[in-house]
Design a protein around this ligand. Sequence first.
Ligand code: ATP
Ligand code: MG
Length: 589
Amino acid sequence: MSSDTIIKSPRDWREAPNLRDYEAARADFSWEAARRELEGLPDNLGLNIAHEAVDRHASGPKRDQPAIRCLGKKGDVREFTYGELSALSNRFANALQRVGAGKGDRVYVMAGRIPELYIAALGALKNRSVFCPLFSAFGPEPVRSRLAIGQARVLVTTESLYERKISRLRSSLPFLESVLLIGEAGKSTNAPGTHDYHRLLNQCSDRFSIAATAPEDVALLHFTSGTTGTPKGAVHVHEAVVAHHATGKLALDLHPGDVFWCTADPGWVTGASYGVIAPLTNGVTSIVDEAGFDPDRWYGILQNHKVSVWYTAPTAIRMLMKAGSALARKYDLHALRFLASVGEPLNPEAVVWGKETFGLPFHDNWWQTETGGIMIANFASMNIKPGSMGRPLPGVEAAIVRKKSNGTVEAIQEPNVEGELALRPGWPSMFRGYWNEPQRYEKCFAGGYYLTGDLARRDADGYYWFVGRKDDVIKTSGHLVGPFEVESALMEHKAVAEAGVIGKPDPVAMEIVKAFVSLKEGYAESEDLRRELLGFARTRLGAAVAPKQIDFVAALPRTRSGKIMRRLLKARELGLPEGDLSTLETSEE
Ligand code: ATP
Ligand code: MG
């Protein structure tokens, strides 16, 4: 696909976008004004995420509107209005006080996407404790190390997860004073410091007044995906809610009356910022699905719940593409208005596939655990250049920078030059540190910029294009090659479902480009196909950039948050140590 393909923004909008004119919105925007769209705690007591997410609506006209609709694995549906969610999170906040957890104490939640998780997250924020989500499929060691890094005081989890992953470790976690167990079989344990979640909440009042919360009070501890190495614990404060709210409105185009579905798990930052906080501050109804990915189930949810705004990830989109457009067409998806994607580069093929299949393109956006919220986006009112991440949010100053020989950092002004993507600190959801790793944090800043570790370029129209992670970029015969470009070209071949590309050391070329490819159903690996793909890539990319080697694989290794782990492809190829695998997705999921 040519890089100047454009998908024009439709002008016959069903709902006029919140951001109608990009340049005007940027010129008018200030974070102070964005802050004024929120309410603040009564009596000038500060700013608290949970107040903005639920209590504000619970005391207004949205009181009886569904806030979250939780779809159970077995087809049961449980819905909670803003009023109910406010009362239940009050109970949880009171429960925390009863077990002695207060301001700044870390409250970890490890559970599937069940209502208790959402109630605990909001209740912990009300109590000014630090909410730390843990992905439920982590094995015992990743759980132990994350609990230890953040010195968890309270853990909320299910009975079965506790039995499988925590009970044997408990003696090695002296800081963990209280465990609140969500009983499934009703056999709640009586061990000291262990409580039955529901029994405890039932004993607590559903009234709670949030105490003074400074915008800089720590609210969230989020571990990164571990794609490039050992996961880091990014610290966020209550003020982040200003960015959650504004980006939900501007980048995801949330409108009152929307039914919104963010498919990410709250164990990752997307599932918290946009699966819990932003939809609630924007007062929409949010869908929470307990089950995992399944094309039929997903289309069924989009249809039956009349989802209007859908925020998902490239891996899921690629899997839906693999399942074919015909399946999507069996469903009535007319309620859909806006599709967005995050987490990995979104191949141009996928953007166009959305347009062909749903009549709507996917809008890629870019951000990180560290940025707390969306930083670069394709807005509803903007033309899309498939393969581009879009343009910086109003209030966000992005740059492409390079390190000079004297070690200082300077912004590259010319368009289309690759460099490191950098952001000027100052947006509200900027991380305030890596938990207990000040040096790792310091290293992220230079020349007044936060350095993201991603390489990108900006074109003459101000659109940003992802090139690759700094660690993944391939140096071959004097060229710098981003794996994304090669993967996207391979994906244009009809047989290719997914591709992962690495640089393999080579005495002559420094590195050669090597691709790992998984095939769509109906295609079998063969020497002929390998040759065809090598030729196909050469025609598209030129001999210097095209892969020299292609291996077929059944599936690519990926993180549990769905990102291709190129470092693992490389380590395995070279027979090197595999490094931190705590976030590697395994077949048991
Ligand atoms: P770790 O920092 O532990 O290696 P991670 O960077 O994968 O893990 P996250 O914070 O979950 O952890 O992911 C953010 C990264 O995901 C970005 O830095 C970028 O590399 C990638 N990413 C996110 N969205 C996009 C996008 N739209 N296009 C390209 N890459 C993206
Ligand atoms: Mg990262």
